[in-house]
Design a protein around this ligand. Structure first.
Ligand code: SF4
Length: 415
């Protein structure tokens, strides 16, 4: 029987909350969450190795050794003229080495979800922004407005740990008001109602700017998507609130007509509330180390994403270095996909040379020219990542012995 090992206080790398209190068990390098949220348990077990996992490097589908694969990568990079490094999620040391590599080979760097980052940053640049941290929200917020339908699924412990925790320094959870804007399922509303006062404003996400305009003007007029009675109730809650927090994840707005308008309206709503009360925004970043990438790139280059090394420094251009457009318009001839936090499908363009430094369970739309399996920070090797509110960095431990190299190891060998 395989030896079992238990770990307490494991830091979870799989969403931007980075909970640090997980109790897990490993057996034969299989990881199991022994107590806690079952959704998180499912997220974690998706990273276990199975019969389909790719634990060896391949060149044109054929298994090869790591040294051979690296030699081939070097050869290709030296010949190609425009190389894009597309980050699908990696840890801090991976990013540092990726930047050093990019500066040697004059590469472009982008994060796969940078469009969401720029939606939030755009508001900060244009109008300013009042933000808060997870801990402030946990301990001080008496009213929380959740915008969007999937934020709680993407961050399974957001409710229990931050929004309505059992223990909070200043607010009794039973007295908290949770206003859910969007279509939330009955189970979610019922589970929130058991702990605090929940109200679901069931409107289309496209209607958020109109909804907030009316709330902010404190008018009791009826909109076609909300009853007068609900409006009066919400107005009264907001008026009495001492510390209101708005939270959302930008990817929830990706199917709306104007995501930037929605985020901008939420930000304006918060700024206006601060005239008479206290309120703040708490956007939740994505699970692909989005915050870690933006933080590391900003300190080291001055820009959060969409950069290229040329003339001895990194230059930023939000339009010219947009990976989606570069690939679509075939303005790059090689893409190095770096992905060690998710097994989600990596989409590659068959007209471009594709190199994948990937999660061993990576799904791939087409076979890449070169695949090199890399370890997962927090499971296979130590690492550092940033929590969604950017104020805390967490240290990840190694809890299994698969001997997969880290992103840092691979880039260091290529420099
Ligand atoms: S909420 Fe996120 S960080 Fe926390 S345990 Fe679940 S998946 Fe991991």
């Amino acid at each position: 029987m395989a030896a079992q090992k238990s770990y307490k206080s494991m830091v979870c790398p799989f969403c931007s909350l980075h909970c640090d209190d997980l109790i897990i068990e490993t057996s034969d390098n299989n990881i199991r969450l022994t107590q806690g949220n079952p959704e998180c348990g499912k997220k974690i077990s998706r990273h276990n190795i199975n019969s389909q996992s790719r634990t060896s490097a391949t060149i044109n589908k054929k298994k090869t050794g790591l040294t051979e694969a690296l030699k081939k990568v070097k050869k290709i990079i030296e010949k190609k003229s425009e190389v894009l490094i597309l980050n699908h999620g990696t840890d801090l040391s991976g990013l540092r080495s990726l930047l050093t590599f990019a500066s040697k080979y004059h590469c472009i760097i982008d994060h796969i979800t940078s469009k969401f980052l720029f939606q939030n940053i755009g508001i900060v640049q244009r109008t300013g922004y009042i933000a808060t941290s997870l801990m402030e929200t946990k301990n001080r917020a008496d009213t929380i407005i959740i915008f969007g339908n999937n934020i709680l699924k993407k961050n399974p412990r957001l409710l229990d740990r931050i929004l309505i925790p059992d223990a909070s320094l200043c607010v009794n959870p039973k007295k908290k008001n949770i206003i859910l804007v969007g279509s939330f399922d009955k189970n979610t509303i019922n589970s929130i109602s058991r702990k605090s006062n929940a109200i679901n404003v069931r409107i289309k996400l496209d209607n958020i700017p109109d909804f907030l305009k009316i709330i902010n003007n404190n008018k009791s007029e009826t909109l076609r998507f909300i009853t007068k009675q609900s409006l009066v109730k919400i107005n009264s809650i907001i008026k009495k609130s001492k510390y209101l927090v708005s939270t959302w994840t930008a990817s929830d707005f990706s199917n709306t007509k104007n995501p930037e308008d929605i985020i901008s309206s939420i930000s304006k709503f918060i700024v206006d509330l601060n005239i008479t009360s206290r309120a703040a925004c708490m956007p939740i970043s994505g699970p692909l180390a989005d915050s870690t990438s933006a933080q590391a790139l900003t300190w080291l280059t001055g820009f959060p994403s969409r950069i290229k090394y040329s003339n001895n420094s990194f230059k930023h251009n939000r339009t010219a270095y947009n990976s989606e457009k570069l690939i679509e318009n075939k303005q790059v001839d090689t893409v190095i996909h770096v992905s060690n936090l998710s097994e989600n499908e990596l989409i590659m363009n068959k007209n471009i040379y594709n190199i994948v430094l990937g999660h061993p369970n990576s799904k791939l739309n087409i076979e890449p020219d070169i695949f090199i399996p890399i370890g997962i920070p927090g499971l296979d090797h130590e690492g550092i990542m940033f929590r969604t509110d950017n104020v805390v960095s967490v240290a990840l431990k190694s809890v299994r012995k698969l001997k997969l190299p880290s992103t840092q190891t691979i880039f260091n060998k290529l420099i």
